[in-house]
Design a protein around this ligand. Structure first.
Ligand SMILES: [Zn+2]
Length: 250
């Protein structure tokens, strides 16, 4: 028996507490398809490749972390955006996105899932909408060792700024493009701040404050929340979910 889109998305909204967040993208349904759901494809981003994969899988829903409608973007449906949406509409595939609520969820979220993959202790969530996370490595490591472990587990070469031999124990992290929160991590007294991206300014702050900085990849650090959400939906509703990964170096 098929489940309805409404039942699944209501459950997601409740589980992820979407109403509590101020986001710059709509959370939940972004493109409407058929109402009965038998198969879901999950992906980090609703890219053209992810849309095409959902078609190839005969999925009824594409469920993502990064949807297609951001406040900073033009409102028009043209060019690449038209092509993605046309593909979804033609095949009646729903597209739903969960952004900040899926970063912050204490179990399914990107931050919590990254910590569990890396074996980090999560002591507290804090800062802007509880998006920052403070915790500890189970055993102290040098910055070089931590960097190598991130490389090995996430499959992407991180960018690290700081003394390679510096011993790391207390960490602060936020997945994705959260380099702007580096000062908050410095104020927290972290040995290192780990996020997905780096901009020019963080190199200097890391050198001048002694708090190391690791950019481990936006895509690479945000692969795990949407997979955990898909697995939770599969457990709750008995719906087949398949994760689509992309080799995104950013
Ligand atoms: Zn992101």
């Amino acid at each position: 028996m098929a489940n309805t889109r409404r039942a699944i998305l209501n459950w997601c909204d409740e589980t992820l507490q979407t109403a509590l967040f101020k986001d710059y993208a709509p959370n939940g349904l972004q493109v409407e398809g058929r109402s009965d759901i038998r198969k879901i494809v999950t992906a980090v981003t609703a890219s053209r490749a992810a849309c095409d994969y959902a078609v190839s899988q005969q999925a009824d829903m594409l469920l993502v972390h990064h949807g297609m409608f951001w406040k900073s973007e033009p409102l028009t449906i043209t060019g690449w955006k038209k092509d993605r949406i046309a593909t979804l509409l033609k095949h009646e595939i729903n597209m739903a996105g969960y952004h900040l609520p899926l970063d912050a969820h204490p179990v399914l979220g990107n931050n919590a899932q990254l910590a569990s993959r890396m074996g980090w202790t999560l002591d507290k969530q804090f800062g802007e909408q509880n998006l920052l996370n403070a915790g500890r490595l189970k055993t102290p490591k040098t910055l070089g060792e931590l960097n190598a472990e991130l490389h090995q587990k996430l499959g992407r070469v991180p960018v690290a700024v700081g003394e390679e031999t510096r011993v790391i124990e207390n960490i602060v992290w936020c997945t994705g493009g959260a380099q702007g929160f580096f000062q908050t991590a410095i104020d927290e007294g972290a040995d290192v701040y780990i996020t997905g991206e780096i901009s020019e300014a963080q190199f200097h702050l890391a050198n001048e404050t002694g708090t190391a900085f690791i950019s481990a990849g936006h895509h690479a650090t945000e692969r795990y929340g949407i997979q955990a959400l898909g697995e939770a939906i599969q457990a709750q509703f008995g719906i087949e979910t398949v994760f689509f990964d992309e080799q995104n170096p950013a």
